[in-house]
Ligand binder design. Structure first.
Ligand code: C5P
Length: 236
């Protein structure tokens, strides 16, 4: 069954902790992204660990293999369920990340996190790809990068919900898909260019549905999250 991940994209630890509290009873996974990691990393990670809230550390690691492995080892904790890297960092970098996650988890005696690889950001439109020198469209590039991630031992990929069916077809149901760029019907898209509704993402087979602004910017985040969980339980 698909799980909801709420992106805690807020500027202060106080607001992030308040969201964790507000959403606590829904047992969602919370996403600690760049804003939190640059602003208040230890505080929010410790808070989630103390409350036993499962986390996805959206660090999008992308550096030389040794540096990525060292960063990965710093991030592994008991309640960290997912950590990601950029597939564009290459096979060796992704392998180093997976090995470091497994080794550190064994040292700590905790479940190793699922290491996920970002194929292409969902804010990238086809014309942006050409500008960057890529050949082909987002779909075929995502598949190529996902094959590399699988060969490196990653548990799955971060991708657009539009790519989930093909990815499951090529790599099997056990290869996990985590999909941002989700917008409930009628909401604003912001900078996301390839959007899907929660129900469509679930119907496509997405394992983890990431939602940020439609929940954290809502006047009632709990009600907004409940509404999205409801939409996820209805077939598209
Ligand atoms: O507010 P919104 O629902 O667009 O938030 C989506 C979240 O997912 C953001 O934190 C963004 O950094 C993240 N993300 C993304 N596209 C990716 C990977 C992560 O939008 N490919």
């Amino acid at each position: 069954m698909a799980q909801l991940i709420v992106a805690l994209d807020v500027p202060s630890a106080e607001r992030a902790e308040a969201l964790v509290d507000q959403l606590y009873d829904l047992d969602v996974i919370v996403k600690i992204g760049l804003e939190a990691l640059c602003g208040y990393p230890q505080r929010i990670l410790t808070y989630c660990e103390a409350r036993d809230v499962r986390t996805f550390i959206d660090a999008k690691l992308h550096d030389i293999p040794r540096t990525v492995a060292a960063a990965m080892a710093q991030l592994v904790r008991p309640n960290v369920h997912l950590i990601n890297v950029h597939a564009l960092g290459g096979l060796e970098m992704m392998r180093a990340a997976v090995d470091a996650a497994n080794e550190r988890a064994a040292e700590l005696g905790v479940e190793p996190p699922n290491v996920m690889a970002v194929t292409l950001l969902t804010s990238i439109a086809p014309e942006d790809l050409n500008e960057l020198g890529f050949q082909g469209g987002p779909g075929e590039n995502a598949i190529r990068l996902a094959a590399l991630a699988r060969d490196a031992g990653c548990a799955g990929v971060v991708c657009s919900a539009h790519e989930v069916r093909d990815l499951k077809h090529f790599f099997g149901d056990d290869f996990l898909t985590l999909t941002p760029g989700i917008r409930p019907t009628g909401s604003v898209h912001g900078d996301q260019k390839r959007v899907t509704t929660p129900a469509e993402a679930v119907a496509a087979g997405s394992d983890y549905v990431v939602v940020g602004r439609p929940i954290v910017e809502a006047s009632d985040p709990l009600a907004a999250a409940k509404e999205i969980l409801e939409q996820m339980s209805v077939r598209a």
